[in-house]
Structure formats: C-alpha cells, structure tokens
Ligand binder design. Structure first.
Ligand code: ADP
Ligand code: MG
Length: 264
C-alpha cells in the first residue's frame, strides 16, 4: 500500500448515512443523514455528548456495522456491496482500531498482541516479528515487548494497542475515546503519539467528548442527535512530535520516509 492513492479517492467518504436501531415504536434513529469526507493525512476529532451517535458512526467508519441508508466508501471501495468476508479483509488491511478499553489479549506478550493482525493477514513469522517490533518502537515500548498487559500501565497498554493498530500500515487509524480510561499523564503520552503519527502522514479519526483531546486534531466534527452540526478546521498543535517518530523509519513506504521497508 503506497500513498499514490492520495490524489484519487478520499480515505473515507460518507454520504447521507442513517442508522436506525430497532423498528416501530422502539426505533432509535442514531444517525440521521451524516455526510463526511476525510482525506489522506487529516486528523479529525468527532465530538458529541453521550448518545449523540459517535460510537454508531465509528462502527460504520470501521466497517463493523452497515448503515441503514446512505453510502460509505473507504479508499474508493463501496463498503455497501461487500460480503462479510470481503468486509473483514477490508477491515484488516485498511483500518487500525484503538478502543477505550485497550482490548489486548491477556497473558500474551505485547509483541504477540501486536503481531496478531499480521497473523490474521497471513504474514509470515519473521516479517511479522520485524514489523511488530518496529511498531512497538514507534510507540516507545521497545523495552516492554515481552511484558503482558497486566504488567503494563494503562498508558502503556494503550500504546501497545496503537502499535497493534498500526502494524498493518492501515489507511486509517480509528480511535474511540482512546484516552477515556487514562490518567492525565498517560493521556498526554498517548496524544503525543497520535500527534506524531499524524505528523508522519497517518490519517486519524478520533472520537472523544473531551475538548482537551479534540484540540489535538486539525479538524473537529460535532454530532448532535445523530447529525453533524459543525465541521471546522482548527489551528495546529504547537508541540513537536517526539524524536523517535522521525528516526524509526517504520513508515518506510511513505514519501519523505525512505528506507524503512515495512515489508509485506
Ligand atoms: P455515543 O457513542 O455518542 O454515546 P451511540 O452511538 O452509542 O452514542 O448511541 C446513539 C444512540 O443509539 C443512543 O440513543 C443509543 O442508546 C442508541 N443505540 C446505540 N447502539 C444501539 C443498539 N445496538 N441498539 C439500540 N440502540 C442503540
Ligand atoms: Mg460511545
């Protein structure tokens, strides 16, 4: 996967998407006509109060659920025409997920957790290991690769989850309240990593209800009752990304970052 797609299709294109749960009197219209285009290299915070439809939208963006109506394209592919198997391939190749609850597998090392999406993708053992180590290096955890989740702090666990999301070199990093379970120091660390990843060209969509978190993004989309009520660009964060993003060369298949060779 290279970024030659950059000038063609947007990473995400959501058109007039609705989502209704249930039917009749008990139907809940969680999304009521959402349209959203996200291009390569963008950093978008989706904000809204509890119940406004953020997780519903995330599930659709992540191809974990399908809209009731409307269309959704990922890298130019119409998600609506794919069967379950094709959807799971698309998810594995194109989307890296980060959840509030980390979702790491207990009693498996950080390294094994990060290797998992590559194992599902059929990548051989040696390449898997090399890429997982590079991803863990990207999040500053080279000295914790053999630790299991319960031997890591919350912030470190979320960094492992970010490495796992990155290891397939996805088109999109999709994070639902990634700092929701973290203390202030860990939140800062995780956001610095996200900022650095975006500075290296990653496209990020982050869902949050916190202004402090959203202030890291380049663009803020606000949902109220399942509709976009605001979509604005904001000034960039002043903090430079941590040094290791410039050095690691993990993003070897992207312009301006030669020599990394993430391998395939
Ligand atoms: P947020 O993540 O912003 O809190 P959600 O997307 O989780 O919002 O929920 C939007 C609305 O849809 C809420 O009214 C919620 O109760 C409802 N909802 C979410 N998931 C389901 C579901 N699986 N079945 C029925 N209603 C749901
Ligand atoms: Mg939610």
């Amino acid at each position: 996967m290279t970024v030659t797609l950059q000038e063609t299709a947007p990473v995400l294109e959501v058109r007039a998407v609705t989502k209704t749960y249930g039917t009749g009197d008990t139907a809940v219209r969680a999304l009521r006509g959402v349209s959203l285009t996200v291009r390569h290299g963008d950093y978008v915070a989706i904000m809204g109060a509890s119940g406004s439809g953020k997780s519903t939208l995330m599930n659709i963006l992540g191809c974990l659920d399908i809209p009731t109506d409307g269309t959704y394209h990922v890298d130019g592919t119409d998600v609506g025409v794919l069967d379950e198997r094709q959807l799971s391939i698309l998810r594995n190749r194109k989307i890296g997920f980060v959840f509030q609850s980390f979702n790491l597998i207990p009693r498996m090392s950080a390294l094994a957790n990060v290797e998992l999406p590559l194992a599902y993708g059929g990548v051989g053992a040696a390449v898997r290991r090399r890429r997982a180590l590079a991803a863990l290096d990207q999040v500053g955890l080279s000295d914790r690769v053999h630790h299991e989740p319960n031997e890591l702090s919350g912030g470190q666990q979320q960094r492992v989850a970010i490495a796992r999301a990155l290891v397939t070199a996805p088109s999109l990093l999709l994070a639902d309240e990634p700092t929701g379970n973290l203390d202030t120091a860990s939140t800062t660390e995780v956001l610095r990593i996200m900022d650095g990843l975006n500075a290296s060209g990653r496209t990020i969509v982050l869902i949050t209800h916190e202004d402090d978190v959203a202030s890291h993004a380049k663009r803020v989309v606000r949902l109220v009752d399942g509709q976009v009520v605001e979509d604005r660009r904001q000034a960039e964060v002043e903090d430079p990304p941590p040094r290791h993003f410039e050095q690691a060369g993990y993003f070897g298949d992207e312009p301006g970052h030669p020599g990394g060779g993430a391998g395939r």
